[in-house]
Design a protein around this ligand. Structure first.
Ligand code: PSU
Ligand code: MN
Length: 307
């Protein structure tokens, strides 16, 4: 059988040398942002990681190969709006059919864990949708219960039921830490009214992951929730509610729902939501790189987190 996992030469050298590597998802390229802002943002996120002294590994599926470390050409291919949206359960199918696809947080976390990468970045994770007739709960959450990766994000996407998502994470024992905040960020907004423990420094976060996870043998992800940078925060709750109403009226469900809502909110805010989304993605990439660096200042074999 062919090995579907295809780690680029640069990334496998970086991992062998023990350098800090950050995984990036590609569903946001394929379905989360419009072309060409999506491709530019993917490049900018990689640049943020390099500037912080780590190595970016954007993950996606090209012709059925699970690529860890997409080339700029491959990122461009995924950015044309024609590739699939792949959650973790879709990966075997995508490999067998030899298709192209952007990987969601669930798929990216799974691939990162298999490749030996302990930190990934995204914008907002999936979660429990608001009053969805199908009771949609993102596969991102289930994956977070069983995959030991630090996921740097800006909390659950604002289109979701944020309190229900926070409760789900608590009930399923997935830890969430606010980075320099006591409140769970809610994607476009830095606040949600939901309390989370705060970490003031990257070193504190790294200690929690090292000591807590290594010693307790915990196998879940850790969510590192970073608020959108101040000037890019938006109060667009009316537009978000309106998008939700329209999605219900048009019976949008399943894989389509999240991209549809993000696109509708961009339309209703005249693109303001896109600038905010791009800003938080770049900021999260940088924080993830700092965390990956801090985690390396230790004997990796002791962590347990990486095995
Ligand atoms: N963050 C963004 N934009 C996105 C996503 C995250 O800023 O489009 C993607 C991630 O890939 C996440 C997915 O895993 O949305 C969630 O989709 P769903 O709700 O269908 O699980
Ligand atoms: Mn969904």
């Amino acid at each position: 059988m062919k090995d579907p996992l295809d780690i680029s030469h640069d990334i496998s050298c970086a991992l062998n040398r023990g350098q800090a590597v950050v995984a990036l998802e590609s569903c946001v390229i394929a379905h989360g942002l419009p072309t060409p802002i999506n491709v530019q943002t993917a490049m900018d996120m990689e640049q943020q990681i390099r500037e912080a002294g780590a190595i970016p590994a954007t993950i996606g599926v090209i012709g059925g190969k699970i690529r860890v470390g997409l080339t700029p050409d491959e990122i461009h291919t995924l950015g044309q709006g024609t590739s699939a949206k792949l959650a973790a359960r879709d990966l075997p199918d995508a490999c067998a059919r030899e298709i192209d696809g952007g990987t969601t947080v669930s798929a990216t976390a799974r691939i990162a864990a298999v490749a030996g990468i302990g930190v990934m970045a995204t914008g907002g994770i999936g979660g429990v949708h608001r009053a969805s007739p199908t009771r949609d709960v993102s596969a991102d959450l289930w994956e977070a219960t069983r995959t030991p990766v630090a996921i740097v994000c800006s909390g659950p996407k604002a289109v979701l039921d944020v309190p229900a998502t926070a409760q789900w994470l608590e009930s399923h024992s997935v830890p969430v830490y606010g980075f320099q905040t006591n409140e769970m960020p809610a994607f476009y907004s830095a606040t949600s009214g939901i309390n989370v423990p705060s970490c003031d420094t990257i070193e504190e976060l790294a200690d929690i992951i090292r000591v807590g996870f290594g010693a307790m043998g915990m196998r879940s992800a850790v969510l590192v929730a970073v608020p959108v940078p101040g000037s890019d925060a938006l109060d667009i709750s009316k537009e978000i509610e309106e998008a939700g109403r329209q999605a219900d009226a048009e019976r949008i469900a399943g894989k389509q729902l999240t991209p549809w809502l993000l696109n509708k909110i961009a339309e209703l805010t005249n693109g303001r939501s896109i600038s905010s989304n791009v800003a938080l993605l770049k900021n999260n990439a940088r924080i993830a790189a700092e965390l990956a660096n801090a985690l390396l200042n230790d004997d990796r074999r002791r962590l347990g987190f990486y095995t």
